[in-house]
Ligand binder design. Structure first.
Ligand SMILES: Cc1cc2nc3c(=O)[nH]c(=O)nc-3n(C[C@H](O)[C@H](O)[C@H](O)COP(=O)(O)OP(=O)(O)OC[C@H]3O[C@@H](n4cnc5c(N)ncnc54)[C@H](O)[C@@H]3O)c2cc1C
Ligand code: FES
Length: 292
């Protein structure tokens, strides 16, 4: 886990971008700690707010020199609605960076980045880091409609290998993110896929990547309450290095997981063979814990 800071971040700007809002926040000390895949947990509504739980947002960009981080907000309910009305000068109670980021390669690799809607936000800095290490990158950016795509221009500034897909055909190919995935992996000989999107997309991307002998890192977006490992709201079943499945916290061990280890079909259930479940093995230790 990262070493997060709790800070009173200042909103420097809010910009509408398609269906989303991009917030630039000054958060001294935070940006230098952020790696692609980390997220921030924001308290919304101020100290008198009835919105008790923090809201989680992937860090889109981090600029240590300017001491800023950027978040891309899709309006969903009361918390995100409030953030899409933020004004320059507002203060936001923020904890970041949180979670386990995407693993970065030591040297050059060929990597395909697959993002659905606003969930593409953390992939752009990741792609820039892979390119800076001499790697080759390609993108598949998908959404239901053209206005829900995110990051297409910045992706095109990083690589000519950008495939755009929309379900209604309003931009690029018509279809879903995973439709051109195999072709896109083969086109750049990708040995690793980084995917960020809804669970069905991640599950399919992981299966396709494995079928082509590529590693697939997946950034999940499970519902979260605390964001810091205390409440177990965000757990999902993952196969550990010992071959035993356990519930692990997507806010601490994730949100980035090896897609081959996540039991996608069992998310939202308690599989009978899960450690600690009826019929399962010894709950044992959670990943990262040392021997007793
Ligand atoms: C690791 C992570 C990264 C995320 N990154 C982004 C991002 O970059 N941009 C973006 O727009 N959204 C992102 N989300 C989703 C965002 O957290 C939810 O849309 C937001 O919490 C909804 O709050 P609300 O009050 O508007 O909606 P409500 O549905 O009213 O939220 C009610 C409660 O449910 C929780 N909740 C609801 N939906 C989600 C969800 N999808 N994920 C987690 N908790 C949820 C909230 O924390 C809150 O406690 C991310 C979620 C996670 C877990
Ligand atoms: S959100 Fe509370 S443990 Fe993950």
């Amino acid at each position: 886990m990262a070493h997060p800071l709790k800070t009173d971040a200042e909103v420097l700007s809010r910009t509408a971008e398609g269906a989303y809002h991009r917030l630039v926040l000054r958060a001294p000390g935070v940006a230098s700690r952020v790696r692609p895949g980390h997220f921030a947990a924001l308290a919304v509504g101020g100290p008198q707010s009835a919105l008790l739980m923090r809201r989680a947002f992937a860090v889109h960009r981090a600029d240590p020199a300017a001491e800023t981080i950027e978040l891309v907000i899709a309006e969903r309910g009361p918390g995100t609605r409030e953030l899409t009305r933020a004004r320059a000068g507002d203060r936001l109670d923020l904890i970041a960076p949180l979670g386990t980021p995407f693993p970065l390669p030591e040297g050059p690799v060929s990597a395909l980045l697959v993002g659905a809607g606003h969930r593409a936000a953390p992939l752009l800095d990741l792609a820039a880091e892979i390119a800076a290490r001499g790697g080759r990158i390609g993108f598949v950016l998908a959404a239901a409609t053209a206005d829900r795509l995110y990051g297409v221009e910045r992706a095109r500034a990083l690589t000519p290998d950008v495939l755009v897909v929309t379900e209604d055909g309003s931009a690029g190919l018509t279809g879903r993110a995973t439709d051109p995935l195999a072709q896109a992996i083969l086109a750049i000989d990708a040995t690793v896929v980084h995917a960020s999107g809804p669970v069905p997309m991640l599950r399919e991307a992981s299966t396709i990547a494995q079928g082509l002998a590529a590693r697939c890192w997946t950034a999940v977006e499970e519902r979260m309450a605390c964001g810091t490992g205390l409440c177990t709201t965000c757990v999902l079943p993952v196969v550990g290095p010992d071959g035993v499945s356990r519930f692990v916290g997507s806010c601490t061990d994730g949100p980035v997981f090896d897609g081959a280890k996540v039991r996608w079909k069992d998310i939202g259930t308690v599989p009978a063979d899960l450690a600690g479940a009826d019929g399962g093995g010894d709950p044992g230790r959670w990943p990262g814990e040392g021997a007793a």
